[in-house]
Design a protein around this ligand. Structure first.
Ligand SMILES: [Zn+2]
Length: 614
């Protein structure tokens, strides 16, 4: 329909070009006639085939444009006639008419721009970038809020990612799904790799850690990696191998604490279970399956104030072994327990039959087919926007799925089309690790050499037979790592917990983390380079150091930096309530982090080239 409309509109202009006009005068007259005919014909034909709104709006604006063009050309014609007469007194009039002409030309071009907007929105209904007087305006159907960073927001997509990713397994599986959708090729660590410049690849390990990378078309052996690393795990409760217990007529679940959670926040929440199971298939093989029980299944109730009168003054100090045990159900009558237990194989006694029944219903398999389970206790409340202006994200697992998502999204978007890698000399990489919350010392944690093994394999694979002297070592020295983990925003009720001059705020950009004792891997050089990217792209940054009289947290940055000697900056999005079951961060910081990470991939090479440190 749009094509037909354009064809009608521009056919006369095309016809005009065929025979050469003898003079400007005759050209203008013919053009006027053609424009009139085109307007009448297109109005008539369009009115007969389109709804009236689709005809009236664009055509009214089109006729305005033609009117502007007509006035402009007529005046230019008049001006040229007068000039031919060499009438000096006409100079003044000419200046005025020239200014008028400029104004008309400007209005005509604006009308053209707005006409395009109306046509696009009426017919195509999509977002549009228009230019009026050399100023670009983004016309978005979503009407982004004032003050938000330019460009489309990824916050809605992050909320979806958080709601999918109840566990480190789901976070990795969802990242895998998104990378496949973005055209990345799935590799296996135990296969031969066949990599090519311009290619985009990834692999997962244990379905809880992931390495993704995109190779620049201009890559040559010895060039560096530009990597962003984050973690997929969050503090939570995990089911013990023998989870079934019962007390005072309740069926309870034995759990272990994982990481340094704020455990009091897990009381009185609508909890459930998610994780992975191994299922025996009919052919005798075993299947690895993820599972998420979406309905509220569990609860850790607090003790009523009447039975704990001093809790508000003396503090709530639960014993993590005896007080943090979730209730699953009311214990069935003894008779039914006996009959159920009799019918069950001995291996199922580790977990309550009611739990196994819920799991088998969810998985669509028999209880006997579930041969192993690894489940986290999860909060069922969905992630959402909050605050007076919806400026906050309320969610569990922001630490560190917010960084993980921004990194994956920035990588995928930085090489969405083949042209994006045409001039890239380096390799863009994302590394997501499990087990950061417990020190990273595991097969799927940052303590394992997963990332560096991958880098080595990539260097060797792309070098084919010939690997130059020190190719891998040169590549590492050329490389740069952004270790992204959430940061502590200043808490309005506990401001003295922050060093006076380093109080990161929500909505004020990525926080660069410094620590003289190397709890963070940032140096003066790496922070400069990372901030320079932000400066060029007009993105805010903030600085953080912990008070000297307080201990400092740490993250995967120093582990990866010291593991092989890669230049590293530790940074993160400011948040409150870190390690609570429900955390808070600023909505705009997500878009800022995404843009900062994307800019890192796109522009780091050119910035790095300008500074040499021996
Ligand atoms: Zn973290």
């Amino acid at each position: 329909m749009a094509v037909f409309y354009v064809a009608i509109l521009y056919a006369p202009t095309l016809l005009l070009r065929l025979p050469q006009s003898k003079s400007l005068n005759s050209f203008m007259i013919r053009r006027f006639i053609c424009a009139s005919i085109a307007s009448v014909v297109s109005l008539t034909i369009s009115a007969s085939i389109l709804p009236w709104q689709a005809v009236v709006c664009p055509l009214s604006l089109t006729s305005l444009m033609y009117a502007g063009s007509l006035v402009s050309k007529s005046l230019s014609l008049l001006s040229s006639w007068k000039e031919e007469e060499h009438d000096k007194s006409f100079c003044h009039v000419k200046n005025i008419s020239q200014r008028f002409l400029d104004w008309v030309a400007s209005v005509a071009s604006n009308v053209l721009a707005w006409r395009n907007y109306v046509v696009e929105n009426t017919i195509n209904g999509r977002d549009l970038l228009i230019e009026v007087n050399d100023v670009a305006f983004k016309i978005s159907k979503n009407h982004a809020s004032d003050g938000a960073p330019e460009g489309p927001s990824i916050v809605g997509d992050l909320l979806d990612y958080l709601n999918e990713s109840w566990t480190q397994f789901h976070a990795t599986a969802e990242a895998k799904r998104q990378l496949l959708a973005a055209g990345f090729h799935l590799l296996k660590e135990n296969d031969d790799w066949d990599l090519k410049p311009g290619g985009r690849y990834f692999f997962t390990r244990n379905m809880s850690s992931l390495i993704a990378f995109a190779i620049g078309e201009k890559y040559s052996v010895g060039n560096g990696f530009h990597a962003i690393a984050a973690h997929t795990d969050s503090p939570c409760l995990k089911l013990k191998p023998n989870s079934a217990s019962s007390k005072a007529g309740y069926l309870m679940l034995n759990v272990q604490t994982y990481g340094a959670g704020l455990w009091h926040t897990w009381f009185d929440r609508d909890l459930s279970l998610a994780g992975r199971v191994i299922v025996r298939a009919a052919d005798g093989s075993f299947l690895h399956k993820l599972v998420k029980l979406k309905k509220p299944l569990l609860r850790v109730p607090t003790l009523a104030i009447h039975l704990d009168r001093t809790v508000n003054t003396d503090g709530f100090k639960p014993n993590l072994e005896t007080h943090l045990v979730p209730i699953l159900s009311i214990k069935p009558e003894d008779k039914s327990v006996k009959s159920e237990e009799k019918s069950l194989p001995s291996s199922k006694a580790a977990h309550h039959p009611v739990l196994m029944q819920v799991l088998s219903d969810e998985l669509g398999c028999g209880i006997d087919e579930i041969v192993s389970i690894e489940l986290n206790v999860c909060d069922t409340q969905p992630s959402c926007l909050g605050g007076g202006n919806e400026e906050f994200i309320f969610s569990g697992r922001l630490d560190n799925l917010a960084s993980s998502y921004c990194a994956i999204r920035a990588l995928a978007d930085s090489c969405a089309s083949p042209e994006d890698l045409l001039n890239e000399h380096s390799i863009r990489m994302v590394a997501l690790f499990d087990n950061e919350e417990v020190g990273s010392g595991s097969v799927q944690g940052a303590g394992a050499p997963t990332m560096f093994q991958a880098m080595k394999r990539i260097v060797h694979c792309l070098a084919h037979e010939y690997v130059g002297e020190g190719a891998y070592e040169r590549a590492i020295r050329e490389s740069f790592l952004v270790s992204a983990d959430m940061a502590h925003g200043v808490h309005p009720n506990f401001m003295d917990k922050h060093e006076e001059h380093h109080r990161p705020q929500l909505q004020k950009g990525i926080v660069i983390k410094h620590n003289a004792n190397q709890r963070y891997a940032t140096s003066g050089v790496t922070s400069f380079l990372f901030k320079e990217i932000a400066k060029i792209h007009n993105l805010p940054t903030q600085e953080f150091v912990v008070r000297n009289d307080m201990g400092c947290g740490s993250t995967i940055g120093p582990i990866l930096a010291s593991g092989v000697g890669i230049r590293t900056v530790d940074c993160g999005i400011a948040q409150l309530s870190m390690h609570s079951v429900r955390e808070i961060c600023g909505k705009e910081d997500i878009d800022i982090a995404y843009k900062h990470f994307k800019a890192f991939y796109q522009t780091f090479s050119s910035i790095d080239r300008k500074l040499s440190v021996d």
